[in-house]
Design a protein around this ligand. Sequence first.
Ligand SMILES: [Fe+2]
Ligand SMILES: [Fe+2]
Length: 132
Amino acid sequence: MALITWTASQYGTNVGFADDEHQILFGKLNKLYDLATGGAARSAIGEQLDDLIAYVVGHFAHEEKEMQAKDFSGFAEHKAEHDALVGVCAGLQTKFHAGEAEVTEEVGQMVKGWLDKHIPTFDMAYAGALNS
Ligand SMILES: [Fe+2]
Ligand SMILES: [Fe+2]
């Protein structure tokens, strides 16, 4: 079963690129979760982990560029949230490839929990500025 399902009511930001990228991101996260909890080869899990993290980093950079372009007042606080998650992901990525950590159910739930809070609290808050 999918870890996370995008719906406009729960995750819609009213910003087109963000909604598109969130749906792609959710798809990549679900694929990683399915591989990791379904006993896939470690190499396949690692490839998907790298792909997801690269996508997340690109998505965050895109949001940050758009917020800066509009001189959005919540930029610094929002970027700090992004940087914190990227730090956690980079740590996991390094440990995974060193054979010192695995992608677990708890990792999936942690990322889902982060998205469940971040998108409604932070991403939805930039809609007014980005659509102006
Ligand atoms: Fe986002
Ligand atoms: Fe964000």
